[in-house]
Ligand binder design. Structure first.
Ligand SMILES: Cc1cc2nc3c(=O)[nH]c(=O)nc-3n(C[C@H](O)[C@H](O)[C@H](O)COP(=O)(O)O)c2cc1C
Length: 349
């Protein structure tokens, strides 16, 4: 019943408060965390105690890295972080789709900018892998390809010594000037500039879910030329004709991208397509509409090694993370697997 963005902001404050106090962290861990060695993986040199991560966009300013491991997550992706601070789009910019179980997001990359976030994180110690999501500042100064790339590179360079992996977000549906970096020529220029920066961290690319197979094929050809570890499949959908949108929720704003169950099938099909097409060459982080262990398992069997979520946690509550991890162990066990890696891609290759 409350405004969705107000609730989001309040949850961030609760998370910051709990993260500061060791007793609160201990109690939160005691209530929520579930551990099992069947879920531990080492991927691109990073150890993940479980495959369920918090997707980019919830902790935009990297304020929750202390409490998120206690809630049961195996990793967190902070951001998206941009070259300059960014206030985002005018409010309102977040709407819940109760029947469709999704959220319309029109934040427009609000964040404190790379310098402030670097300062916040540079002396921190983490107890879980931290991904840094990089995007371009959402304003008229980054509309040209050259200025947009300079902005991405600024954020990427500033954050190059922080965290464990980077995700290049080429798919924010709400940025000034559209989503230009899913265009192959621009993507090539962006990756050329990004990979020139010295960094030890693996790079992932976050894709929009609305790409055709031909568009994905072209992106794969571009990406092949660079050292890219994998893909996050996927971001928010822009498609208002999506079959998972329920009639009750049809009266939604025309701007913004949609999360949750509305994007789930698009994300699943993209995971399946990329995993099959590249024969499992890339690590896939499956993201979109995960509300249960079975939802996560479907993505894993289509080729995802790791999973991210936001909307499932918003609709179901923070106990969902532990429930998914516990449920995954049961599903693996029922299928005769002794480790999560044995299930990756099993429904496609
Ligand atoms: C409130 C909100 C804000 C988001 N902001 C970002 C963002 O800044 N960067 C990004 O790459 N994705 C962002 N996303 C997309 C999510 O990371 C994710 O790709 C999408 O929501 C699908 O996952 P879900 O169905 O589990 O929410 C955002 C999603 C939500 C719900």
């Amino acid at each position: 019943m409350f405004d969705a963005e107000d609730v989001h902001d309040r949850m961030i404050h609760v998370g910051i408060f709990l993260g500061k106090h060791s007793v609160a962290r201990f109690i939160t861990s005691y209530i929520f965390r579930y551990s099992n060695t069947m879920l531990e993986q080492s991927i691109n040199g990073i150890t993940f105690t479980n495959p369920i991560g918090l997707a980019a966009g919830f902790d935009k300013n990297a304020q929750l890295t202390d409490i998120i491991p206690c809630v049961g997550f195996g990793f967190i992706e902070v951001g998206s972080i941009t070259g300059r601070p960014c206030v985002g789009n005018p409010k309102p910019r977040l709407w819940r789709l109760k029947k469709s179980r999704g959220i319309v997001v029109y934040y427009g990359l609000k964040n404190d900018g790379c310098s402030a976030i670097h300062k916040r994180l540079r002396s921190k110690k983490y107890t879980l892998p931290v991904g840094i999501s990089i995007a371009k500042t959402n304003d008229m100064h980054t509309v040209s390809t050259t200025s947009a790339i300079a902005d991405y590179v600024k954020a990427y360079t500033t954050m190059s010594k922080i965290g464990d992996y980077d995700t290049i977000n080429i798919s924010c549906p709400n940025a000034y000037g559209g989503q230009p970096f899913s265009n192959p020529i621009k993507l090539n220029k962006l990756l050329l500039a990004i990979t020139r920066v010295q960094s030890q961290k693996p790079i992932y690319i976050k894709l929009p879910p609305d790409l055709t197979h031909t568009e994905i094929d072209v992106i794969l050809l571009v990406v092949k030329k660079y050292t890219v570890a994998g893909f996050v499949c996927s971001n928010l959908t822009k498609d208002r004709k999506n079959k998972s949108l329920r009639i009750y929720d049809k009266n939604i704003p025309n701007h913004g991208g949609i999360s949750g169950k509305v994007v789930e099938e698009l994300s699943n099909q993209q995971i399946k397509y990329i995993y099959t097409k590249t024969k499992g060459k890339y690590t896939i982080i499956g993201c979109g509409g995960v509300f249960s262990a079975q939802d996560a398992y479907t993505k894993i069997k289509y080729g995802a090694s790791l999973i991210q979520l936001i909307t499932g946690m918003i609709f179901e509550g923070p106990q969902l993370i532990g429930e998914i991890n516990k449920g995954l162990v049961e599903l693996l066990y029922n299928d005769g697997f002794t480790h999560i890696s044995q299930a990756v891609g099993k429904d496609v290759l």
